[in-house]
Write a protein that binds this ligand. Structure first.
Ligand code: GAR
Length: 194
């Protein structure tokens, strides 16, 4: 739980690698009256990440990080986070693992959204595994990030029905639309006003 001072919103950074649709939905929510956060920064390891264009158009500060050397990359990220007064990181389709050292050094919280009902299906290809196992339900999870992959404390989850006609693509689409609702909700849940 993060406590806010008065009506001040918390400054967050969103880390993306791909389309960035979760980032876009977080941005839209941050503009609402009852939002307790504002996006100060978007960071990506991928120069072609879709969300970067969206960020530039809206004049949100954005940074591209070269990940050839993880140590250098993470030191640079820590510097940028400090400079931009970031208190919380939201991983949103960020396909890099933050090191134990990074998580220890960053003096804020780190959240992630994962497209399954954790602890089921950590890691990649979750929708393929759900279909292969003929699960009746899948879903999405927002959780704190710790040093073990997709294993931190769960904040919120949303179940999504899997239909017989589903394939990994159709399921991914339905889960993603729920992610867009769940992530802002989870953020507001952990941010309380004083
Ligand atoms: C989302 O489905 C997110 O849950 C997933 O990548 C997608 C990113 O979509 N993340 C992971 O699989 C992390 N393990 P987006 O770029 O459109 O937000």
């Amino acid at each position: 739980m993060i406590t806010l001072n008065g009506s001040k919103k918390i400054g967050i950074a969103v880390f993306i690698s791909g389309k960035g649709s979760n980032f876009k939905s977080l941005y839209k929510f941050s503009k609402k009256k009852n939002s307790k956060f504002k996006i100060n920064l978007v960071l990506s390891n991928n120069i072609n990440a879709g969300g970067l264009k969206f960020a530039r158009k809206r004049k949100i500060k954005n940074e591209i990080i070269n990940y050839k050397n993880i140590n250098l990359a993470e030191n640079k990220i820590l510097y940028i986070l400090k400079k931009n007064n970031i208190q919380l990181i939201c991983l949103a389709g960020f396909m890099r693992i933050l090191s134990k050292k990074f998580l220890k050094k960053f003096k804020g919280s780190v959240l992630n959204i994962h497209p399954s009902l954790l602890p089921r299906y950590k890691g990649l290809n979750t929708h393929i595994k759900v279909i292969q196992n003929r699960d009746k339900y899948s879903g999405c999870t927002v959780h704190y990030v710790n040093s073990k992959l997709d294993s931190g404390k769960i904040i919120l989850q949303k179940k999504v029905r899997v239909y017989k006609r589903d394939n990994p693509k159709s399921l991914a689409k339905r889960v993603l639309s729920q992610e867009h609702i769940l992530y802002p909700k989870a953020l507001n849940k952990i941010l309380i006003n004083t």
